[in-house]
Design a protein around this ligand. Structure first.
Ligand code: SAH
Length: 332
């Protein structure tokens, strides 16, 4: 389907031992967003295959990443009064979309503030970190001595790192964003963003994008890498874990001397009630107490102002004692 290889699911009905297996879209949990469906044992005719290919071609963004990088360069040359930006998309008809005018350079450095979050629960589920949580994550990463962050579905963390790197001379951390939201290709070069599906480990940019990721994971000059991910909470843990293991394997391959059987350090941000599922796939992980807060999530905001305490936690394969939680927020 347009979002890369489908996943194999099984339909079970009560009372029956074996269910029937079928392929469906890896990323869209709503048939309205992607209606790809095929029984595992179904014969697919040549005509249907051709139609599918045609459909996939027509459902790609109208500009390539490279073209978007060019458009960005031209955009910043425009006088302020001509810098208009559609907050919804860059490839559909804009007639009923909201425009923002007089886009400043500072605004271009904070795309997550400029773009509307794609909140549709069953596909993007874009919930942005509250500033406090994002700052905490970055401080933690710095304190732990990491110099590279593979940001998988964490555009706001990526943005915080990018903007510090461009403003502060002595800030040496770099980030690569992997995300399915192609709108980010309007703001970042091919070395800063890869269009990626974390449910099937699919790089939309093909081998070149995969190579970008591989290069980024190579820890030359002792620059240590950590992966941070905050997937949609409705996503299948099994599919995510399988992709993350592939990213970990990529990290491992890049290191010639080997890591003494270490794993790529990782923060997986997810609700606490998935603890047993995550540990099933990553037995070396522990769940931290820190509550991760969000800006645009009515329920998952900070205890004092939101309606409820956030159930979202950090799972990590680092030694828990290395992770110092902020006393000023009441952790001890
Ligand atoms: N809290 C994070 C955002 C998490 S929301 C932050 O503030 O940076 C989930 C993110 O995962 C969104 O950016 C969304 O676009 C991305 N995403 C959703 N489905 C995805 C998929 N299948 N593959 C890759 N990224 C995906």
């Amino acid at each position: 389907c347009p979002l890369g290889p489908a996943l194999l699911f099984v339909k079970t009905s009560q009372g029956k031992e074996e269910g029937r297996r079928f392929y469906a879209c890896s990323a869209c949990r709503d048939r309205k967003d992607c209606n790809f469906f095929q029984w595992e044992d179904e014969k697919v005719s040549e005509a249907r295959l051709a139609a599918r290919e045609e459909y996939n071609r027509n459902h790609q963004p109208s500009f390539t990443h490279r073209q978007n990088v060019e458009r960005y360069k031209n955009f910043v040359l425009l006088p302020l009064s001509k810098r208009r930006f559609c907050q919804e998309s860059e490839w559909e008809k804009h007639s009923d979309h909201q425009f923002l005018c007089d886009i400043s350079t500072a605004q271009l450095k904070s795309p997550s503030q400029l773009l509307y979050p794609l909140e549709n629960k069953k596909t993007n589920a874009q919930y942005l970190f509250a500033d406090r949580s994002c700052q905490f994550l970055l401080d933690l990463i710095l304190d732990l001595g990491f110099r590279r962050v593979l940001s998988v579905g964490t555009p706001r963390l990526h943005e915080m790192i990018q903007s510090k790197a461009s403003q502060e001379d002595d800030f040496r951390v770099r980030s690569l964003l992997l995300d399915i939201d192609f709108r980010y290709s309007q703001f970042y070069t091919e070395d800063e963003f890869c269009h990626y599906n974390m449910f099937n480990h699919f790089f939309f940019g093909g081998e070149a994008a995969r190579e970008t990721c591989r290069k980024f994971l190579y820890q030359g000059n002792g620059e240590r890498v950590i992966m941070v991910t905050d997937p949609p909470f409705g996503g299948l843990v099994e599919a995510l874990a399988s992709s993350f293991k592939k990213l970990m394997a990529m990290w491992k391959e890049t290191e010639k001397e080997g890591h003494n059987n270490q794993e790529m350090p990782m923060f997986w941000i997810f609700p606490y009630f998935f603890e047993s599922r995550i540990l099933e796939f990553f037995p070396s992980f522990s769940m931290m107490d820190y509550q991760v807060d969000y800006d645009n999530h009515a329920l998952y905001k900070h205890g004092k102002t939101g309606r409820r305490q956030s159930p979202v936690r950090i799972f990590t394969n680092l030694t828990p004692s290395m992770i110092v939680l902020p006393a000023e927020e009441g952790y001890r």
